[in-house]
Design a protein around this ligand. Structure first.
Ligand SMILES: *Cc1c(COP(=O)(O)O)cnc(C)c1O
Length: 351
């Protein structure tokens, strides 16, 4: 079986965990601080605040940006439910808009058309590792006075016109095991705004900056030093592993002949969190690949606005098409050239 995704855990991660366990300091401490500093080097020096998941990073990033009850936040519907959950958990309303069918990311024109007097933020998702179309989105936000947030959970090291995603607005990354790098569970809030950074730190830790002098009502969303130690090792290897993903994607795109391969816009460096093809006979292909023991996955079969948790009846044709046609196949950095060849052979024999 060729797996769809696989976290790469080496001796070094294991040793890092043992070092923390032996130190006796295992909750948030020096490893978390070091992980934040090291992540910041990839984020143009912006503030980095580590938390216990990508969902917490989105949630606290929104709260720290002042998103509250009554606000509308514009998001794409073609995403993981966490994007919308984070908005709803602030008491705000997610407003779902359509995607550009080529890149699977938020359509800036659709975002602009959805703005009302209650809109306070736009939150694009860099889905599958492809950056959203940031020039028009940044322009709309500054012209309309809206907050720009980025769901960068799938897009570590992706760039738009050479600028790293995560540095356009306040952003959230995830370190869940299937993501391009992991800490076990974990997330990172990234922001250039001193006040948002301070609020996010308060919210992460019961509203405290000085112990027992709680300033606001907050959460326990801290990352542990055990997780940070894993994340630090993974971060060191991220560039190399991303390059391997990109090489694997290039090989697949040059050789697959029976499906539509993913496109990367000329402004974008795609980091291939997923390698996602489209075909009208998606479910047939998925079954065929299962038979051939080639891992594959549908991200995401139901647009978020249609889920029982949101239950909105709106027409988003590109979202609907993507949910029917998209299929992700293995691209992870542990694939061997034999496995890549087998994927191509098996896929090209499908009719
Ligand atoms: C994974 C993911 C999240 C949530 O991250 P967790 O670490 O699993 O909480 C949010 N948004 C998107 C697009 C994701 O893929």
């Amino acid at each position: 079986m060729i797996s769809l995704s696989k976290p790469v855990i080496s001796e070094e991660e294991k040793q890092a965990v043992m070092r923390v366990l032996d130190s006796g300091m295992i909750a948030q401490g020096p490893e978390v601080a070091a992980f934040e500093d090291e992540f910041s080097l990839f984020m143009e020096g912006h503030h980095c605040i580590a938390v216990n998941s990508g969902t917490s990073a989105l949630h606290l990033g929104l709260l720290a940006s002042g998103i509250e009850c009554g606000d509308e936040v514009i998001i794409p519907s073609f995403t993981f439910a966490a994007t919308a959950n984070a908005v709803a958990l602030c008491g705000a309303t997610p407003v779902f808009v359509d995607i550009d069918i080529e890149t699977f990311t938020m359509d800036p024109k659709a975002a602009e058309a959805a703005i009302t007097e209650n809109t306070s933020a736009i939150m694009p998702v860099h889905l599958y590792g492809h950056p959203s179309n940031m020039d028009p989105l940044t322009e709309i936000c500054s012209r309309k006075g809206l907050t720009l947030l980025e769901d960068a959970a799938q897009a570590h090291l992706a760039t738009y016109k050479s600028q790293p995603v995560g540095t356009f607005g306040t952003a959230a990354f995830s370190f869940y095991p299937t993501k391009n790098m992991t800490s076990g569970e974990g997330g990172m809030i990234v922001t250039s705004d001193d006040e948002i950074a301070r609020k996010a730190k308060l919210l992460r830790n019961q509203g405290m900056e000085i112990r027992y002098q709680n300033e606001v009502v907050g959460f326990n969303n801290r990352m542990t030093d055990i997780h940070a130690a894993i994340g630090r090792v993974q971060l060191k290897k991220l560039r190399e592993r991303t390059t391997q993903r990109q090489k694997n994607a290039k090989f697949l795109s040059e050789n697959l002949s029976t499906v539509t391969v993913p496109t990367a816009s000329s402004d974008a460096e795609h980091v291939y969190h997923q390698y996602t093809i489209t075909t009208d006979r998606r479910d047939d292909l998925s079954e065929y690949l299962n038979q051939a023991e080639i891992g594959n996955g549908v991200y995401y079969p139901i647009p978020v606005h249609e889920l029982p948790s949101f239950g909105k009846q709106i027409d988003l044709p590109n979202t609907k098409a993507a949910a029917k046609q998209a299929l992700s196949i293995p691209v992870h950095p542990l694939l061997t050239s034999e496995e890549l060849n087998r994927i191509v052979e098996v896929m090209n024999e499908w009719y």
